[in-house]
Design a protein around this ligand. Structure first.
Ligand SMILES: Cc1cc2nc3c(=O)[nH]c(=O)nc-3n(C[C@H](O)[C@H](O)[C@H](O)COP(=O)(O)OP(=O)(O)OC[C@H]3O[C@@H](n4cnc5c(N)ncnc54)[C@H](O)[C@@H]3O)c2cc1C
Length: 501
């Protein structure tokens, strides 16, 4: 097996890079939980250096100087929420249990090949029956909730549970990550549930840092692959997939080198794979239309700060456990919806939603002694700007993010050593994410499961024999999950065993 990576470093959006001397950033993705336990087990990733440090809290400073800090035991969380509403504090564990149940119901579908719903093939019908059986693990109420979640907005769903705006804002932020939708847009309740599917050691909704940064996910997978005999080449950009008589026969690299092979798995997104590596004339017209219609407009940016010392929040000054977990700036549902309003009309948010963390509080190896990294995932930053270009407006975006955080961390500018600003355009240039979309395409229900990337082609095979899709543009979508690759590998091995390729 030969792996070809365009960049000088492996990992795509799961990468650690020393961007400034002594500061190792998880440049793009920053927390891990969706990585499938089967992938961790099968590849024995811990023996190749993979280790997760649980991120056990969520801290949300509020503009009025108060804060919501969910952490520790159920009792601690109850007390934190009860400061705002005892009704919400009562409801919160029930909400968590229900989301956990639904996520558990859905989790097995992540590592299955979606059924071909139009087929009468017994194997496909068996998959539908298995889904039906799986649905029976839910109560009737839970099943209805699941069906409603697929179409509701995160805000509407949370309104049914809670009255505290800050709590709803904190929870609904999971529903907008990576999507060009606001918390009141239908479909975001599903994205919320998607983020509940993470598990570390079996604990649903658990997120964690990877020791050494997210690049250690990729590096440990690479080490496992090499141990199985794979060859991995960096600085090896694929320019074209070579096709003869409707089947893949090899790839041509940017430097002109041609590599012949009969099986190709593309980890690039569907638009890049089908609309740039291939000529449209090599594909059926309706398939090309489906890929052209696949929604892949990016909505997020990333700002990584190298800090002289830990940030100090005016709502809860000094270093402490609140800096170890997720930190969220997005104090109300209206705030996040307004941030989306800007993006909807082609601008980055004047006051963005920022999901931050300080990974150096738990993994000091990432920065020089005493110094820290502040990793900021930012929404919204639409790929297509109404005015100007991203290279022209990148630093203004960085300033807006810095100003927004400064409202909560007054000495921020005094402690910044370096700042890396990545717009969706930069993500496209650097990582090859078309439209800067962090998930290789929106995770909305119209682009999921047997519809991903396009109806009729959700089983990792493509109209070109021997060419497979194995990245996040295939089921089950984005996140550092390993699932599309696992599923694609299973289908490829099946085809090889049956001598179909
Ligand atoms: C800013 C950001 C923050 C995120 N945060 C999180 C998070 O905290 N947690 C989480 O779980 N997920 C997060 N995600 C999503 C997650 O990182 C991605 O969904 C996931 O890493 C995608 O993996 P992939 O292998 O499908 O694709 P990619 O990571 O996009 O990998 C595709 C690879 O193909 C290579 N490539 C492209 N074109 C060519 C070519 N022509 N020749 C050779 N190689 C090529 C690219 O260089 C890249 O290495 C984030 C993503 C981004 C961008």
């Amino acid at each position: 097996m030969l792996v070809l990576e365009r960049r000088h470093v492996l990992g795509g959006a799961a990468v650690t890079e020393e961007v400034f001397p002594g500061f190792k950033f998880s440049v793009c993705s920053y927390v891990c939980s969706l990585l499938r336990p089967q992938v961790i087990r099968d590849l024995d990733l811990p023996s190749h250096g993979f280790e997760v440090i649980p991120q056990e809290s969520t801290f949300m400073p509020l503009p009025d100087g108060r804060y919501l800090f969910r952490h520790g035991s159920e009792e601690d969380t109850y007390q934190a929420i009860a400061k705002f509403s005892s009704r919400d504090a009562e409801a919160y564990p029930r909400f968590g249990r229900l989301m956990g149940r639904l996520a558990k119901f859905l989790a097995p579908t992540l590592t299955m090949t979606p059924p071909d719903v139009g087929s009468l093939n017994p194997a496909e019908l068996r998959k539908l029956l298995a889904l039906n059986k799986q649905a029976k693990t839910l109560s009737e109420d839970e099943l209805y909730t699941f069906a409603r979640l697929m179409t509701m907005s995160a805000a509407d769903y949370l309104d049914e549970w809670f009255e505290t705006d800050a709590l709803k804002a904190g929870l609904c932020s999971s529903g907008i990550i990576g999507t060009l939708l606001g918390p009141r847009s239908p479909g975001t309740a599903y994205v919320l549930m998607h983020h509940y599917m993470g598990e570390i050691d079996g604990a649903y909704r658990a997120w964690g840092y990877v020791r050494g940064g997210m690049g250690m996910v990729s590096e440990s997978i690479a080490r496992a692959a090499r141990a199985f005999g794979a060859e991995i080449r960096v600085n090896a950009e694929v320019r074209r997939i070579l096709v003869k008589d409707g089947r893949a026969v090899g790839v041509e690299l940017a430097d002109g080198e041609v590599i012949h092979t009969r099986v190709i798995a593309s980890g690039a997104d569907p638009k890049r794979t089908f609309l740039t590596f291939l000529d449209r004339s090599e594909l059926p017209a309706d398939f090309v239309r489906g890929i052209e219609n696949f929604k892949i407009e990016g909505s997020s940016g990333k700002v990584n700060f190298a800090l002289k010392e830990a940030p100090s929040f005016s709502a809860l000054p000094g270093n402490g456990p609140h800096l170890q977990g997720a930190i969220s700036i997005g104090p109300s549902v209206d705030y996040i919806e307004r941030a989306y309003d800007d993006a909807k009309y082609g601008d980055f948010s004047r006051r963005p939603f920022v999901d931050m963390c300080v990974p150096t509080t738990l993994d000091p190896t990432l920065a020089p002694p005493g110094a820290h990294i502040l990793s900021c995932f930012v929404q919204y930053a639409p790929y297509t700007l109404r005015n100007g270009t991203w290279p022209e407006r990148r630093e203004a975006f960085g300033e807006t993010v810095t100003d927004t955080i400064e409202e909560y961390v007054p000495n921020l500018r005094d402690i910044i050593r370096h700042r890396q600003v990545l717009s969706p355009w930069d993500l496209e240039q650097m990582i090859g994410l078309t439209g800067g979309n962090i998930f290789h395409g929106e995770l909305t229900p119209n682009q999921l499961f047997f519809l991903r990337p396009t109806p009729g082609w959700a089983q990792y095979r493509t109209p070109i024999k021997g060419l497979y899709l194995c990245g996040s543009g295939a089921h089950p979508g984005g996140g550092v999950m390993g699932a599309p690759g696992l599923n694609a590998a299973r289908e490829i091995l099946k085809d090889m065993a049956l001598r179909r390729v």
